[in-house]
Write a protein that binds this ligand. Structure first.
Ligand SMILES: NC(=O)c1ccc[n+]([C@@H]2O[C@H](COP(=O)([O-])OP(=O)(O)OC[C@H]3O[C@@H](n4cnc5c(N)ncnc54)[C@H](O)[C@@H]3O)[C@@H](O)[C@H]2O)c1
Length: 319
């Protein structure tokens, strides 16, 4: 699909990944509208270039969504409640922010005759799969988190609109992203704890959970590669490194970078929280067949994240 010359809406364009999508679109000279309620997005991530419009507001407001989408050709729908760890604290939020909001975007698109949408889903949709690395065709297991459940529902809505209303949809099932503007996840949790007390640190679970990661700039590269090289009605791609890091290795890397040697206190169990998947390793053969390969190692991704956090110490106070 050719993105050149298109007017693009990026929901969640003030967030971690969405703001990098905006930067990349600006570099490609696309006209961009950011739609964000700044619930977790940050003013300092907003691209202020000429050609970028900012609409502040909630995707649950259908009129606002309709107004923001008018006159555009393509939507990157990246706004969501991205909080997986605390998903049980606010069960309705997952449905509202990830399911209802997604339908509002799709309905706004339908009103304005916009047919193309890229969506940020998650590898968590595979729950606790039995196949590793896990391919896109893996049978869907029982869902183990409300966050993943909401993404499965949103994916279902996107594919149904693609079939029912002849939309084209690009669905990306991400591993955990790292890099500049990172504001949530295990690296910032450990960083915050160690900044407060470098002598001891609580670790959720037994430290043996094993997960794949990806540098956010590689993620953005992959998204544009897929969108520009495919054009079917439904395009579903796993996105991330196939390499994994065990939580304990991550901790060792973070401690070495920060120059600290804390006493580690494990809460125990194979999962960090209810719904945590002890092993996430996605098969990215389909993505790599389009010519994409990550430019950053997992170590680079962790180090870049820590560098960003150390340059943005105010983030230690948030969350
Ligand atoms: N970061 C990851 O590792 C990761 C992994 C898998 C999937 N994802 C998905 O990628 C997308 C982006 O995640 P992120 O890490 O950049 O999260 P983020 O929290 O940094 O970004 C989400 C953005 O959406 C905005 N937003 C949330 N609800 C909104 C609403 N109702 N109306 C308008 N704006 C709203 C927030 O203010 C924020 O700017 C999400 O869909 C998330 O589920 C992220």
């Amino acid at each position: 699909m050719e993105l050149t010359g298109k007017s693009v809406v990026v929901t969640g364009g003030a967030g971690f990944i969405g703001s990098h999508i905006v930067d990349s679109l600006v570099a490609r000279k696309n006209r961009v509208t950011i739609l964000d309620d700044f619930s977790t997005g940050r003013e300092e991530f907003v691209n202020r270039s000429a050609g970028v419009a900012l609409v502040r507001g909630d995707l649950l407001d259908q009129d606002l969504v309709d107004r923001a989408l008018a006159g555009h050709d393509f939507v990157f729908h990246f706004a969501a409640n991205a909080d997986i760890k605390d998903n049980l604290k606010h069960p309705r939020k997952n449905v509202e922010q990830n399911v209802v909001a997604t339908q509002n975007v799709l309905e706004g698109m339908r009103k304005h005759g916009i047919k193309d949408i890229a969506f940020s889903s998650t590898g968590s949709v595979y729950g606790e799969p039995e196949i590793f690395p896990t391919p896109e065709t893996c049978p869907f297991p029982i869902q183990t988190s409300l966050y993943a459940m909401s993404k499965v529902a949103a994916e279902g809505m996107l594919t149904s609109y693609a079939i029912g209303y002849e939309f084209r949809t690009w669905i990306f099932r991400f591993v955990s992203m790292l890099g500049p503007r990172y504001t949530h996840g295990h690296v910032i949790d450990f960083w915050r704890k160690l900044r407060k007390d470098p002598t001891r640190m609580e670790v959720l679970g037994n430290g043996l959970q094993q997960k794949a990661y990806c540098h956010v700039l590689d993620c953005v590269d992959a998204i544009f590669t897929v969108v520009e090289k495919t054009s079917g009605p439904i395009n579903i791609y796993n996105l991330g490194h196939t390499d994994t890091l065990v939580v304990n290795d991550s901790i060792a890397l973070i401690c070495a970078e920060l120059g600290v040697k804390p006493k580690l206190e494990y809460t125990g169990g194979t999962r960090g929280w209810v719904g945590d998947s002890p092993l996430i390793m996605l098969d990215t053969t389909k993505l790599r067949a389009l010519g994409w390969a990550p430019k950053h190692s997992l170590r680079d991704a962790v180090v870049d994240t820590l560098r960003f956090l150390d340059e943005n110490l105010h983030l230690a106070e948030i969350g």
